[in-house]
Design a protein. Structure first.
Length: 150
């Protein structure tokens, strides 16, 4: 059986990081995900607001690096949870349990604050000792029998 979901959307609020009694980290947040099609009446795209729960190191990661408005890609599984409200009524909620969370934008695009980050410098070119001025850079193989090795 397969239960796999991948979503891309913007956080509707800052992630809320809590800890269980045993000290396990858990973060919850919500993603606003636009639908792929426009409505017939207004021509606008509908938006779904999807609850996300992340555990352990994934929870710590999302709480540290993501804020309201950032674009995130969430990979995980759909989970249906039954619970009882204050009036004793039985309720049911759907949420995504995140296994991996990725940045969906650069900090420059998603962070409205003044902080920006620098891209790492490009690595220096590697010199493999091949002469650059020579026209004869390749040598013929003397014992080539014409058979391919695969």
């Amino acid at each position: 059986m397969l239960n796999r979901i991948i979503l891309m959307g913007r956080l509707t609020r800052d992630p809320e990081l809590r800890h269980t009694q045993s000290g396990t980290s858990v973060a919850s947040f919500s993603l606003a995900v636009d639908r792929d099609f426009k409505s017939r009446d207004g021509g606008e795209r509908a938006t779904d607001f999807i609850d996300i729960v992340a555990w352990r190191s994934t929870a710590e990661f999302v709480a540290k690096y993501f804020t309201k408005g950032r674009m995130a890609v969430v990979e995980g599984r759909l989970q249906i949870r039954d619970w009882t409200d204050r009036d004793g009524g039985k309720r049911r909620s759907a949420e995504v349990v995140a296994e991996n969370i990725y940045f969906g934008d650069s900090r420059r695009d998603g962070d409205s604050g003044g902080s920006s980050f620098a891209r790492p410098a490009a690595p220096a070119p590697v010199d493999y000792g091949i002469p650059s001025g020579s026209d004869d850079q390749f040598a013929e193989l003397a014992d080539d029998d014409g058979d391919l090795p695969f």
